[in-house]
Design a protein around this ligand. Structure first.
Ligand SMILES: NC(=O)c1ccc[n+]([C@@H]2O[C@H](COP(=O)([O-])OP(=O)(O)OC[C@H]3O[C@@H](n4cnc5c(N)ncnc54)[C@H](O)[C@@H]3O)[C@@H](O)[C@H]2O)c1
Ligand SMILES: [Zn+2]
Length: 361
């Protein structure tokens, strides 16, 4: 059990990590959270954990109603955000009432966005139940929805009033979803923590569940420190969190829907550490060590069959690219990275092709 305070002046809040859902009422103590709670969750999660949350909230004397999403990314759209704010209005929710999300990053991105625009902002509380949401999506205040033109194109920076993590909810999460979070945890190790990286290196995948509470707490601490220094992504510090995501994003799009986000980031970390080695930023064993840890946790690590030409098209026209130049986060050593390294998309892809040739026995 750990209370992690995210210090952001008037937007400060607490991440309660390692508490049971049935004790959630404790986080709502005091008048600040109004009298009504709208619980936004999806139809996979509600039958598992919805009742426990409703009971805990009702015990505080508050009225709670729930709204169900269909599971999956498709619900993260403007139309749904509109429906949610209409539910809020229909339930006569006021400025001090609370929109609570229970579920993965889809629920918290969408619910957080709706909470940020209804009455110019009502209380938002997040109860993440996927590993990815516990270590990443529910920390940092980015909310938003997708447009047909791309992911997360509309959104806001809106900090929750609190985040409440019950590690036990991960017990029902499908293995492929656990691995998405594992990829992000490996990322935290590479960018900031030898301790995380070594734990991932030395623990067989079958035994990792036992270590998840400690890994989640340390990952959240890393993200919170970065967010405290660069809440609105203005100073460039937050860029460190993009390690593995530049190549990863290109893989995800070039192969859609073959690899999910975590699998793409896994490949992205292998690719970007290879670039780091080839550009003289790190030793070869840093690249091979990252590749080994990724593979050990049964995430994809081989670029054989990856469509590098398609990736190049995407990288060149990506909204973040300038005249084909792309900013990368390069690894120097485990726990230390360098942000803002500019490489031409063509050169990066040429090196990835070389890596594919190198991989062949
Ligand atoms: N805001 C941010 O900083 C940030 C960071 C990373 C990702 N994201 C966003 O998060 C989203 C992905 O989040 P996600 O991977 O959590 O996906 P998700 O919310 O779609 O959840 C994945 C699946 O797991 C199911 N599920 C959730 N909890 C469960 C549980 N405990 N037991 C059984 N099933 C459960 C869900 O019903 C769903 O089918 C993307 O939209 C991404 O853009 C946001
Ligand atoms: Zn990610």
């Amino acid at each position: 059990m750990k209370n992690i305070r995210v210090r952001l002046e008037e937007n400060s809040y607490i991440i309660y990590a390692g508490y049971l859902l049935k004790k959630l009422g404790g986080a709502l103590e005091g008048k600040r959270y109004g009298k009504k709670v709208l619980l936004l969750t999806d139809s996979n999660v509600f039958p598992l954990y919805g009742r426990a949350v409703e009971k805990a909230v009702a015990e505080t004397g508050r009225e709670i109603v729930h709204a169900l999403l269909k599971p999956g990314e498709a619900e993260k759209n403007f139309k749904k955000a509109h429906e949610i704010v209409e539910w809020c209005a229909k339930n006569r929710m006021g400025r001090d009432d609370t929109l609570m999300t229970l579920g993965g990053g889809v629920a918290s991105d969408l619910g957080g966005f709706a909470a940020s625009i209804y009455m110019r902002g009502i209380n938002f509380a997040a109860v993440p139940t996927t590993l990815l949401a516990q270590v990443d999506a529910s920390v940092g205040g980015k909310t938003g929805v997708n447009l047909p033109f791309g992911k997360n194109l509309v959104g806001s920076f809106y900090q929750p009033s609190f985040v409440y993590i019950d590690f036990k909810t991960l017990g029902t999460l499908p293995e492929r979803e656990i691995k998405q979070g594992i990829a992000e945890i490996i990322k935290y190790g590479v960018i900031k923590s030898r301790n995380i990286f070594n734990m991932m290196k030395n623990t067989p995948p079958g035994r990792i569940k036992k270590h998840l509470p400690a890994l989640i707490e340390e990952s959240v601490m890393i993200k919170k420190v970065v967010v405290e220094k660069d809440e609105k992504e203005r100073t460039g510090l937050r860029e460190i969190l993009n390690f593995g995501h530049t190549v990863g994003h290109a893989v995800e799009i070039a192969h859609f829907p073959q690899f999910n986000h975590g699998e793409s980031v896994a490949l992205g970390m292998v690719g970007e550490s290879y670039l780091s080695w080839k550009l003289g930023m790190c030793k070869k064993d840093v690249y091979s060590g990252i590749k080994e840890v990724v593979g050990k946790h049964r995430l994809p690590f081989s670029f054989a069959g990856i469509k590098t030409d398609k990736m190049l098209d995407f990288m060149k026209y990506d909204k973040k690219a300038r005249q084909g130049n792309i900013r990368f986060v390069m690894v120097k050593n485990i726990g230390t990275v360098k942000t803002g390294v500019v490489i031409k998309a063509e050169d990066a892809v040429k090196l990835l092709k070389e890596m594919i040739r190198d991989e062949k026995p």
